[in-house]
Design a protein around this ligand. Structure first.
Ligand SMILES: [Fe+2]
Length: 385
């Protein structure tokens, strides 16, 4: 995150003697990104963070691609993804390319038996249903419906869910996920025209510091394989840290929509950016106020990007027959637009209650076997009159 955060106990100077009450030393770890150029955090452990006891094996989790060169618009029924007990098993890759993978997940159980670390990618977890606590080595974040949880790569975490009814939309990104640069000043501070500011971003506030030795299973995702590694000490043994690299939460309900006299283009909804895709939040808002404005979007060609919309709640003005949990995929290379009747329906309307998350990728997405299980194959004909 582009702001400084400090939690727990740290010494006055970095890389200096920092003693426990018994006189022995805490173990410092610099946790950096993008070589030594990206955001970094300095943390202090009770135990060495390097104590691997055993490497038990690995499992390939490469998404199974059904359609690699896709030119078809799809609708996917996200809520048809079956709930599963285990968090990692519940994550079903639906769309993927070399930059990112989009998962749907309906995990029933909290993560208790292992810790997870994604060494490949940042994770953006959107909470469609469910609430609970994201527990990480850098502190905990409470979450509920509408929250984006941003986990920079390498953060060790578990998730506690309050109930078994959970629905997650996850974007895994091999490039770092940042807030949009055009909303930040030279120092990184979010500017006045940004639809959200630092006050809306929730950093971890409660640091668990667990002093335990034993066997701690860490599942580490690297190069599309999950390695089972056993550590000798509890991964949440940090007594303090400071820096810019930590997980945070942002509620889609705190996104302040930018509206205008005529239809505003998709970038006004932008919430996150990477080198390879953008994430936008479509939130309840007043419609355009030009007396002859058409609130529905015009037909548009995403000649350079595949467009994924995940429908969360409310009415979806430009689409017919779209429900919460659906995903639409409109591929680069062909235009798409409002369904028949949607433009006429929108005229004179004053506001929308729609809530949706959009991911526009700059490289084409491949459709997975899991996605084909929940696909509507005839969606591409839905504009026919
Ligand atoms: Fe679109």
């Amino acid at each position: 995150m582009p702001f400084y955060h400090k939690l727990g106990k740290i010494p006055h100077k970095r890389h200096t003697i920092f003693k426990k009450p018994d006189g022995s030393l805490y173990y410092e770890q610099l946790f950096g990104t993008i070589g030594f150029d990206g955001m970094a955090t300095n943390m202090y452990h009770l135990h060495r963070p390097t104590q691997v006891k055993e490497i038990r094996g690995k499992k390939d989790v490469t998404p199974k691609v059904a359609v690699s060169n896709n030119m078809q618009s799809f609708r996917f029924h996200g809520f048809k993804v079956k709930p599963e007990d285990d968090y990692l098993n519940s994550r079903k890759a639906v769309l993927t390319n070399s930059d990112c993978t989009i998962y749907l997940a309906a995990p029933k159980k909290s993560v208790k038996d292992y810790f997870f670390k994604n060494a490949d990618a940042d994770e953006l977890i959107f909470i469609h249903r469910g609430s609970g606590t994201l527990r990480t080595m850098l502190g905990n974040l409470e979450f509920k419906y509408g929250d984006y949880l941003l986990l920079p790569r390498g953060i060790i975490y578990q998730i506690d869910f309050e109930t078994e009814d959970n629905r997650l939309f996850i974007v895994e990104s091999r490039r770092p996920i940042y807030t949009p640069k055009r909303y930040r000043n030279w120092f990184g501070q979010l500017l006045e025209h940004s639809p959200f500011c630092e006050r809306d971003l929730r950093a971890p506030e409660h640091l668990e510091t667990i002093d335990e030795k034993g066997e701690f299973l860490m599942k580490i995702k690297k190069q599309n394989e999950i390695f089972d590694m056993v550590y000798a000490t509890h991964p949440f043994d940090v007594v303090g840290y400071d820096g810019f690299n930590f997980p945070y939460a942002f509620s889609i309900h705190d996104f302040e929509p930018i509206t205008g006299r005529i239809h505003q283009p998709p970038p006004v909804h932008q919430t996150f950016e990477t080198d390879a895709f953008v994430v936008c939040s479509f939130v309840p808002r007043l419609y355009d106020y030009h007396p002859e404005s058409i609130p529905a979007p015009y037909n548009h060609s995403n000649i350079d990007s595949d467009e994924v919309l995940y429908y969360v709640d409310g009415d979806f003005m430009s689409r017919n027959d779209i429900e919460a949990g659906h995903i639409s995929l409109h591929p680069a290379g062909i235009p798409h637009g409002p369904h028949p009747g949607a433009v006429e329906r929108s005229i004179g309307k004053e506001k929308t209650e729609e809530l949706a998350v959009m991911v526009d990728t700059f490289k084409p997405l491949m459709v997975t076997e899991e996605a084909m299980k929940i696909a509507d194959n005839d969606y591409y004909k839905s504009w026919l009159e």
